[in-house]
Each structure stands twice: as C-alpha cells, then as structure tokens.
Design a protein around this ligand. Sequence first.
Ligand code: ATP
Ligand code: MG
Length: 348
Amino acid sequence: MTATLTAAMTRSAALEQMIARDASQFRVLTGDRPTGPLHLGHYFGTLQNRVRLQDAGAGLFVLIADYQVLIDRDRAESPGEVAIGQVLDYLAIGVAPDRSVIFAHSAVPALNQLILPFLSLVSVPELSRNPTVKDEIAHSRQSSVSGLMFTYPVHQAADILFCKANLVPVGQDQLPHVELTRQVARRFNERYGPVFPVPDALLSAAPLLLGTDGAKMSKSRGNAIALRATADQTARLIRGAKTDSISHVSYDPAARPQVSSLVLLAALCAGRDPVAVADEIGGGGAARLKAAVTEAVNERFAPVRARRAELAGDPGYARQVLREGCDRARAIGDATLGEVRAAMGMSY
Ligand code: ATP
Ligand code: MG
C-alpha cells in the first residue's frame, strides 16, 4: 500500500468521527463522467458515501462532469442521453433532489471561469507528474494527448471549490486531484485572502474495486458491472471474471487481487466482513465464490434496479431534476465568482 493511500485512509477514519459528531458541518461534492452507466465501483467507492452523508445532514452536490468526457475521447457520444441515465442512477440509489443538487458543469459558466485564476496557481511539472493522469494517458483511445488531459485536475478544483465543498468522497484514483485542489485553495487564499475551504478526500472501504478483468473497474475499460444491469447480465459478467490458479478461496488483496476483489464485493453487498466471507467459501473454490457474489449483488441491488426502472418510465422528471440542479448551481457559481473577482481586485 502506498504512503498516500495509508495517509488518506487514516484521515478518512478521523473524518468519519467528525461526520458522526455533526455531518452538517460538511458540504460534499463528487462528480462522475457521463461516459457510461454507473457501476459497482462507483457505488462502493463513492456513491454510497454520498447518500450516507446526505442522509446524515451534509449538503450534497453531485456533478455530471460532461466536459471531462473529452479528456480521452474526440467527442462525447450522446452526452444528453447518458447524463439523464446518470441522473436516474443517482435518484435510484437515494440522492434526494429536494435536498441535494445534481448538475452538469457545462451548464455553470462561473464555475468554468474559475479555471483561469486556478491555472495560474499550478506549475506545468505539477500537472505532468500526476499519476492518475499518467495512467489515463496509457489507456487513452486518442492518438495524441490533449491539453485537457493535463489540465482537467484543475477543472476538478473548480468543480469542488465553486460551491466551497470541504469533503470529497472519492475512489483512490482521485487522491492526486483532491491534493491538487487543496494546493489551489491554499495558494489562492494565501495570495488573495481567505475565500476557499481546503477540502478533504473521504475514502470508503473499497477505494479501488477491481473489474471482471482484475484491473480498476471503469466505464471505459469494458470490465464493469453496471448498477442497472439485470440479474442475468450480472451472473454472466461475474461468471467471466478472472480468478487465479489457487482453488481455495481466501481474502488477501495484495497477493490475490482478483479473488479478493470478488470476496470484497460479496462482503460489501451483504454488509459482512470479507475474511468471514472467504472462510465460509474456502474449499468451494471459484465456482462457489462466483455464485455467492452473483447472489449477493443481485439481492443488494434488486430494490435499486426496480426503483430505477420505475423512474425511467418518466424521463421528463429526471430532465427536470437536472435543469433545476443546474439553476441552483449557477446561482452558487455566480456568488463564488463574485467573491473571487473581488478578492483579486477585479470587481468593476
Ligand atoms: P472512466 O473510465 O470513463 O474514467 P470511471 O469508471 O473511472 O469512468 P469516473 O467517472 O472517472 O468513473 O469516476 C467517478 C468516481 O467514481 C470517482 O470518485 C472515482 O474515484 C470513483 N470510482 C470509479 N471507479 C472506481 C472503482 N473501481 N473503485 C472505487 N471507486 C471508483
Ligand atoms: Mg475515471
């Protein structure tokens, strides 16, 4: 485990204590790219935490990061349609539009304008040594790397800071970006006066859920189990998941990442300890493990899937939720940009 991950997990444990004492001190923002259906990695890495924080009284902003689709694609395919599908996923898992804001960053001009002063606060070497960006370049489907690939973490700083969020529930891949956001907030405050909080990343018990091929579960890598998948699709995907040559099932994430990720998935779905789940399956081997994971996923997500199907019957509702969220985000963005320009001496 890297030192960065260990430090982030320690910090997350301290944050959990603060959340337990008073969640209303937190304003939460996390986003997802509308590059495809949300999957189990999203759910256990971040979505579950978002809903938990909302329900405990934190202010929640959920961002559809539509401009970010262009990081590693020439164009966004049906962005409107994918975004509405994403809103349906959010509503189905329990994001409450009367308390929380679901919005798309392309619809908030003031948010995007923050990128300009923020870019002046980071150096080119800082942008080019970001490990997540390096990994995404390695998996990019574009023939050359765009300027957006290097600068999107600064866009994320604008996403987080436009609403002055102080808590960002994310997966492990986002830690370098949250660290950059912290730098931007600190440097802005030092240079122009206190405007922004310095936000914290909040990790879950599954900061890096693996997909069916043993790499990070990702929309773009064809290895994901979608929240909205049917029970049969789920069974098929899990049947095809990679395991290893040891037949006895154990929970050892460092030595046996694929088997352990399946064990963890079953444990997360059932709210159980992964070691106990592995011990129970033991000599049953990969076939028994896969059957147990399939059953646990399908059972856990049956109500979410039913709710989503119901909501999908009225796409006008999801569209209205998104439109209202964008309106609320625009009002907040205008206020923050006003403060930023005043702090910079640029209110005319
Ligand atoms: P893409 O492949 O298009 O980049 P993605 O699956 O990586 O899609 P993102 O929209 O980039 O999804 O990520 C949204 C949020 O979900 C981030 O906070 C990210 O850390 C989290 N997340 C994504 N995949 C996982 C995973 N496998 N495990 C834990 N968290 C994840
Ligand atoms: Mg991603």
